[in-house]
Ligand binder design. Structure first.
Ligand SMILES: Cc1ncc(COP(=O)(O)O)c(C=O)c1O
Length: 423
């Protein structure tokens, strides 16, 4: 996260931001809803809603037809691809659309697996979501060995020495998350890519959790693949994969014969979710608009997206500081992950806690009754909840801040938790 920019970045205009998201004005049991469930999926802006319904109203067609609505559909998909290329810092033909990150990763693991032999190795980490674990374990049926890099239990950061140890000359792929969807840790992805490449292995990055919180630059990272899900960063329920052009060209997808061999279409099978792709273009444009709102002098869409993330980071950093300070005052509360404000540049505003005497589900239910939306359980970060031995006791309570959250909402959450504990 760009901590260095925090001092100079313009503050986010929360009134402007919140006015873009119609769902934020809902109430539950007479109380304004507080959306602290962003890691499970964020809310969408009005322009995303409009883009989806406008597409269905005016341009709904299959692609590749010789008539107006089909041509408009093709143009819309091309434009959304360019938007995602600006978002990730790559070329438009390196963008692959798919139903979600998990499905895209299974597709890629099957294709990469065609090039692997018995004895080849894949390195994963205990910090990862299962969508970046099980698709790679599936290759064990080809005789591939999976090795797991461990974490430092005390702050839930990756043990980089262990990462380096696990990567050997037999390693063919290192798959790692950019940030943990459970405890918020941001990994040193650039260094992990470097370690992978030094041994001739591919680097596959799961940026699903990082994408709503920090800017992504696939060229600067040097990764071979990076996946994200637009529903986690204010867009519709879809997944997006970046693949280096030469890899999308070299690897062999399992595809129908009628699919062309053109890049990236050979990786997009069947009919895509066109209305959601229309929403993806609008979602990137929302972020660019936010960037222009905080910094009207930005020139390109990419520069506007970067300006948006600088403002998002500053705001989320302030809320995270207040949240963690308040949580640590609650008796019986254990926080999993980085808690030292000096090191907040290495974490997302996603906070996992347990409170003695309560299961995470009980806490989430009680908060839900007050209109405060959090999550409980393992959120598919199953390796981590097992590694920390909390799986059998209901996992964690996860509080996930997004840039549309307010300081008042954090105060409401803290007050509600304190009341639950005191009762
Ligand atoms: C870090 C991380 N990776 C992967 C996924 C899976 O994403 P999708 O639902 O798009 O398959 C999630 C979903 O919560 C996630 O948080």
């Amino acid at each position: 996260m760009p901590t260095a920019q925090t001092e100079t970045t313009s503050a986010i205009d929360l009134n402007w931001v919140r006015a873009q998201f119609p769902s934020l004005s809902q109430t539950v049991n007479g109380q304004p809803a507080v959306f602290l469930d962003g890691p499970g999926g964020t809310q969408v802006s009005q322009r995303v809603i409009e883009a989806i319904s406008d597409y269905l109203r005016q341009n709904n067609a299959n692609s590749g037809g010789a008539y107006a609505t089909s041509r408009k559909t093709d143009a819309m998909i091309a434009s959304a691809r360019t938007a995602m290329a600006d978002f990730l810092g790559c070329a438009a033909d390196e963008i692959v659309f798919g139903p979600n990150m998990t499905t895209l990763t299974y597709a890629m693991s099957r294709s990469i697996g065609r090039e692997l032999d018995a004895g080849d190795e894949i390195v994963l980490t205990h910090l990862d979501h299962d969508a970046n674990i099980s698709p790679w374990h599936a290759l064990e049926e080809r005789g591939v060995t999976v090795r797991m890099a461990d974490i430092h239990e005390e702050d839930c950061t990756l043990d980089m020495e262990d990462v380096a140890r696990q990567i050997t000359d037999r390693t063919k792929l290192v798959a790692v998350g950019y940030a943990s969807n459970a405890v918020g840790t941001i990994n040193d992805v650039q260094e992990i890519v470097r370690l992978a490449h030094a041994r001739g292995a591919l680097a596959y990055i799961d940026a699903v959790h990082y994408a709503p919180h920090g800017p992504i630059d696939v060229r600067a990272l040097g990764c071979d693949f990076l996946v994200c899900s637009t529903y986690k960063f204010f867009g519709p329920h879809m997944g997006v994969l970046f693949g280096k052009w030469e890899l999308l060209q070299r690897l062999q997808p399992y595809k129908v014969r009628a699919n062309t061999n053109a890049i990236p279409n050979r990786w997009e099978w069947g009919t895509l979710n066109h209305e959601c792709i229309a929403g993806i273009g609008a979602c990137v444009d929302y972020l660019a608009d936010l960037g222009r709102h905080v910094n009207p002098s930005v020139a390109s869409r990419r520069a506007a997206i970067l300006a948006a993330y600088a403002a998002i980071h500053k705001h989320e950093h302030e809320l995270t500081t207040a949240l963690i300070r308040g949580l640590l005052e609650i008796s019986g509360l254990k926080l999993y992950g980085i808690r030292d404000p000096q090191r907040f540049g290495r974490r997302c505003p996603t906070v996992a806690v347990r409170i003695s005497g309560f299961t995470p589900l009980e806490l989430a239910k009680r908060l839900g009754e007050c209109g405060i939306f959090t999550w409980d359980g393992n959120y598919y970060a199953l390796n981590l909840t097992e590694r920390l031995d909390v799986e059998k006791d209901g996992g964690f309570l996860r509080i996930g801040i997004a840039h549309y959250n307010t300081a008042e909402e954090i105060e409401r959450l803290l007050a509600a938790l304190k009341e639950i504990v005191a009762a």
